[in-house]
Design a protein around this ligand. Structure first.
Ligand code: PBG
Length: 312
C-alpha cells in the first residue's frame, strides 16, 4: 500500500491542515518596521502596521490564528508594559481585530519581555515571587481581553496563574475568552533564538526555578491536571519535538484540545541545517509537524506556519 502517492494518500493516518497552525508574531513600536531576527530567518520584529500585513497573509493562507508577543520601548522591574492598557500587544490586538476581524488572535501572557531583569515575574530576595506575580498576569490577561483578544495564553509557569486569570476575566465580563495554558513548559535550551527575538534573556540566573525539569513526564501530567482544575480550556506542551511522549500522554489523559509549540530553537535548527545543504527544509519541516500532530497535538504553534500552509 505504498506503491504510489494515490494509495499512500488513501491510507494516510495523519493530515496537516493550515487551520491547525498558530503563527507567532513579535510586535515593536513604530511604523514600517520589519527587522529580521538573525537567528530565525524569515521572522521579524514587526511594527503594528507590518504585523497587520502578516495577519492578512496568514488569513489568506487559511492559518488558524496568530500568537502575539510584545517588545516594549522600555522595561522596568514592575513589568509595567505587560499590563498597560496602551501597551504594544494591547495596541496590536486592537489594530489586528479592526483590520482582520475574523482572524483568531491569541496573546502570550508573560512578563519576561517587559522586566528589566528578563525574568517572568516579580523578583523578591533574588528569586521570582510566585504569588505576587499572579496580579501582573491577571491584569495583563484582562487588558488583552479588553483590547479584543480571542484567547489568552499564559506562558510564565507560575502556580495558580490559570485560576487567577480565569477569575479576573470572569469578574470583568470576559467569561467567553478561553485560556490556552502553557501547562507543561520545560526549562529548555531550545528557547535561545526567541530570547533574541523578544529581547528577553534573563540578566541573572535561569528559569529552572519555575519552568519544568526536562527529565520529568509524570510531573507534566500533574501540571496539566492543575491547570484544567483552575479553568484551562486548551493544554499546551512546549517544546514539541523533544517532548512527543508528553504530548501523547496528555492526549491520552485529558479530553481537551492539546497544543504543542515547535519553539524557536526547533525552527532555527532546521533552517541552519537546510542552509548548509545538509537536510531538505521542506521535507523536515513537514515531517516534524506531522510527527507533533501524530503524537496527539491538534494545534501546532510554529514559525513554519506560512511555509507549511503554502505547501499544503
Ligand atoms: C515567554 C515565552 C518564551 C517562549 C514563549 N513564551 C520564552 C521563555 O520562556 O524563555 C519561547 C518560544 C520560543 O522559543 O519560540 N516566557
Amino acid at each position: 500500500m505504498r506503491q504510489n502517492e494515490a494509495i499512500r494518500r488513501l491510507v494516510r493516518e495523519t493530515r496537516l491542515e493550515p487551520e491547525n497552525f498558530i503563527y507567532p508574531l513579535f510586535l515593536v513600536s513604530g511604523e514600517g518596521r520589519r527587522r529580521e531576527i538573525s537567528s530565525m530567518p524569515g521572522n521579524y520584529q514587526l511594527s503594528i502596521d507590518e504585523a497587520v500585513k502578516e495577519c492578512e497573509e496568514a488569513r489568506a493562507l487559511g492559518i488558524g490564528g496568530v500568537l502575539l508577543f510584545g517588545i516594549p520601548q522600555s522595561k522596568d522591574d514592575r513589568a509595567s508594559g505587560a499590563y498597560d492598557p496602551h501597551g504594544i500587544v494591547q495596541q496590536g490586538v486592537r489594530a489586528i481585530k479592526r483590520e482582520v476581524p475574523d482572524l483568531l488572535v491569541v496573546t502570550d501572557v508573560c512578563n519576561c519581555e517587559y522586566t528589566s531583569h528578563g525574568h517572568c515575574g516579580k523578583i523578591v530576595d533574588g528569586d521570582v515571587d510566585n504569588d505576587q506575580t499572579l496580579e501582573w498576569l491577571a491584569e495583563s490577561a484582562l487588558t488583552h481581553a479588553a483590547a479584543g483578544a480571542d484567547m489568552v495564553a499564559p506562558s510564565d509557569m507560575m502556580d495558580g496563574r490559570v485560576g487567577a486569570i480565569r477569575a479576573r476575566l470572569d469578574e470583568n465580563g470576559y467569561q467567553k475568552v478561553p485560556i490556552m495554558s502553557y501547562a507543561a513548559k520545560y526549562a529548555s535550551g531550545f528557547y535561545g533564538p526567541f530570547r533574541e527575538a523578544a529581547e528577553s534573556a534573563p540578566q541573572f540566573g535561569d528559569r529552572k526555578t519555575y519552568q519544568m525539569d526536562p527529565p520529568n513526564a509524570r510531573e507534566a501530567l500533574r501540571e496539566m491536571r492543575m491547570d484544567l482544575e483552575e479553568g484551562a480550556d486548551i493544554l499546551m506542551v512546549k517544546p514539541a519535538l523533544a517532548y512527543l511522549d508528553v504530548i501523547a500522554a496528555a492526549r491520552q489523559a485529558f479530553d481537551v484540545p492539546v497544543a504543542a509549540y515547535q519553539v524557536s530553537g526547533e525552527f532555527s535548527m532546521i533552517m541552519a541545517a537546510a542552509r548548509n545543504g545538509w537536510i531538505d527544509q521542506e521535507r523536515v519541516m513537514m515531517e516534524t509537524l506531522v510527527a507533533i500532530k501524530r503524537a496527539g497535538a491538534s494545534i501546532l504553534l510554529t514559525y513554519f506556519a506560512k511555509d507549511a500552509a503554502r505547501l499544503l
